[in-house]
Design a protein around this ligand. Structure first.
Ligand code: SF4
Ligand code: F3S
Length: 109
């Protein structure tokens, strides 16, 4: 099992999560972060760090299609994007995107 970054991180990207991960398994794209499911040790310490509640335990995504979607996105993009281990400033308009639905089509790969 793993933890996964989901929809509400897109265009928010606060990066508080990366500073607490004991195994450094976050990877950064232009407007979204992902977790490498093969590296995550399921410790859950990143969950409360995210100001927009974008990180979830894999088993807590009950809808099977959503579950597979977010697992696949995290796995695929963590192979493509560079590691991030240090917190940085969020985008200036991050606050405007918190809670906006259907941001998944806005992921810049
Ligand atoms: Fe890192 Fe733990 Fe979060 Fe997995 S659950 S991404 S190991 S902090
Ligand atoms: Fe994204 Fe939350 Fe981390 S917005 S970058 S999952 S702190």
């Amino acid at each position: 099992m793993t933890h996964l970054v989901t929809e509400n991180c897109i265009k928010c990207k606060h990066t508080d999560c990366v500073s607490v991960c004991p195994v450094d398994c976050f990877y950064e794209g232009p407007n979204f972060l992902v977790i490498n499911p093969d590296e995550c040790i399921d410790c859950a310490v990143c969950i409360p760090e995210c100001p927009v509640n974008a990180i979830v335990a894999q088993e807590d995504i009950k809808d099977p299609i959503e579950h597979q979607y977010w697992f696949d996105i995290n796995k695929r993009l963590s192979k493509k994007w560079p590691l991030i281990t240090k917190q940085k400033s969020p985008p200036p308009d991050a606050g405007e995107w918190d809670g906006v639905p259907n941001k998944r089509n806005d992921i810049i790969e």
